[in-house]
Design a protein around this ligand. Structure first.
Ligand code: HEM
Length: 243
């Protein structure tokens, strides 16, 4: 018997024909193995998502998605979307200036109304920019004159971008001077429109504000050629550059 045991040499890697010993443990089917693998992956992913949400809430103090809020999770925006755009007269718009806490805070730029209720400390009573609430003050958005220019009326505002006449201008003939002036006016209006578009886009693309409608009847309000406010007049370009 002992002689027989000695002859039974265990298979080595050098013998290619040898097969590995069969395990006696019950083997799982390939299907069971793969489903557990998927479950493991799902478990890891869920853990990562929950950890990320928790960390985001801890860091931002309000958001579980690192500040990202899809439009359909913003309740007032969703309601406005369902109800359709508003059309408010200047008098109606004035009610939304933040003094009535039951109403949202609206402001308008270039006739488009935006809901800025998300920032009551800026636009609500006592806020640094509360004078913009409840009105279309496009002119003030251009000039920066927050007392004198709280109106939509842009008449004459282009003046702030027209260079002051230089000695060189005065030496020109009247025809040439007129042409220069016409060109300056065109350039100035382009700048005004860019400035208005800048603010309109600021509110339209802001992650907390949203568009709610249009002001109606602005065109019926009287317009007048106003004096350029002092701050804007002081910003007028002094010299022509390269012209
Ligand atoms: C044409 C001139 C200007 C316009 C139209 C304007 C307009 C605005 C508006 C609409 C906001 C609110 C932004 C928001 O909703 O988050 C704002 C914020 C602010 N602006 Fe101006 N601004 C002008 C010039 C200035 C100047 C010259 C200064 C500095 C001296 C200034 C300082 C500030 C500050 C500090 C804030 C932040 C206020 C806050 O979040 O409480 N702005 N500006």
């Amino acid at each position: 018997m002992s002689e027989l045991r000695q002859r039974q040499v265990p298979p080595t890697s050098s013998s290619p024909s040898s097969k590995p010993p069969k395990s006696k443990a019950p083997r799982r089917s390939s299907h069971a193995r793969s489903s557990i693998g998927i479950l493991d992956i799902i478990r890891v992913l869920v853990t990562l998502v929950v950890a990320s949400c928790g960390l985001s809430y801890y860091m931002t103090g309000e958001s579980v998605l690192w500040g990202y809020r899809p439009w359909f999770t913003r309740w007032p925006l969703l309601v406005r979307y369902i109800q359709g755009p508003l059309a408010l007269t200047p008098a109606q718009l004035a009610l939304y200036n933040g003094t009535d806490a039951s109403l949202p805070i609206y402001l308008a730029v270039n006739g488009t109304i935006f809901d800025v209720s998300a920032n009551p400390h800026v636009y609500g009573p006592g806020g640094g920019y509360s004078f913009f609430a409840g009105r279309d003050a496009t002119r003030a958005f251009v000039t920066g004159c927050f007392q004198e220019d709280l109106t939509h009326d842009l008449t004459g505002v282009e003046e702030m971008y027209i260079p002051l006449e230089s000695e060189e201008d005065r030496a020109l003939g009247s025809g040439e001077r007129k042409n220069r002036r016409a060109q300056d006016v065109r350039d100035a209006w382009a700048k005004v429109h860019r400035q208005v578009a800048h603010w309109e886009n600021f509110f339209r693309n802001h992650k907390k504000y949203f568009e709610v409608g249009r002001v109606v009847g602005l065109e019926e309000l009287p317009t007048e050629k106003r004096e350029l406010c002092r701050a804007a007049a002081q910003q007028r370009p002094k010299k022509r550059q390269g012209k």
